[in-house]
Design a protein around this ligand. Structure first.
Ligand SMILES: C[S@@+](CC[C@H](N)C(=O)[O-])C[C@H]1O[C@@H](n2cnc3c(N)ncnc32)[C@H](O)[C@@H]1O
Length: 189
């Protein structure tokens, strides 16, 4: 299967299985960030079955890399199997564990970070990844509309610390059963 076919197959079952994937609408925003910033090394925090990771990694070429951190064994296994099906295993590494413990052990630099695990911990994830970021690194945070109160401290930091140029980008509902949501795209100055 090619990556787009694997994405379609996940989209078809995600709503009924309750997989909280970014989906095609905000997924397009993620595509735009990857194709405009052309990151060599990316980090994803919260991978689930690998949908957003496949969206990002299909734009990478050999030698570029995405590291995914996922706390659940079963989800990490499902993600690895999907990466295999999509032919992207050579570009994606999955680390199983709590992102708050895993991130400080990673190697930099990171050109892009995608935050999508515990919403209350977005600021803590960013702070622990910040030593790997450089001017021009881009950080995308999902669900900043639906989880506005949980991500308040994060948004306050990326919008007002002076360290980032930050944009709120809203997308329509994925399935007709949700209310639509937004991502925050923040570029380190
Ligand atoms: C919203 S889902 C990720 C969806 C995925 N990014 C996508 O769009 O296809 C959040 C994932 O974060 C994982 N997670 C929760 N707490 C975590 C933690 N402390 N460290 C790493 N992963 C975590 C959950 O198990 C879940 O699979």
């Amino acid at each position: 299967m090619n990556p787009d076919e694997v994405l379609k197959s996940i989209e078809e079952v995600a709503p009924t299985r309750g997989w909280p994937i970014i989906g095609p609408m905000r997924g397009k925003l993620l595509d735009e960030v990857v194709t405009s910033h052309r990151p060599d090394r990316m980090l994803e925090v919260g991978t689930n079955v690998g949908y957003s990771a496949i969206r990002m990694a299909r734009h990478l070429v050999k030698g570029q890399k995405l590291v995914c951190v996922e706390i659940r064994d079963d989800m990490a296994r499902a993600a690895r199997s999907n990466f295999e099906k999509a032919g992207l295993s050579d570009r994606i590494e999955v680390v199983i564990g709590d992102a708050l413990q895993v991130i400080p052990t990673l190697k930099g630099p990171l050109d892009m970070v995608f935050l999508d695990a515990v919403k209350d911990d977005y600021l803590a994830y960013l702070k622990s990844a910040e030593k790997f970021l450089h001017s021009g690194s881009v950080v995308v945070a999902d669900n900043v509309k639906s989880h506005e109160s949980e991500v308040k401290s994060y948004l306050n930091y990326v919008r007002n610390s002076g360290a980032y140029s930050s944009k709120y980008r809203e997308a329509p509902p994925n399935w007709g059963t949700d209310i639509g949501d937004a991502v925050e795209v923040s570029v380190m100055l």
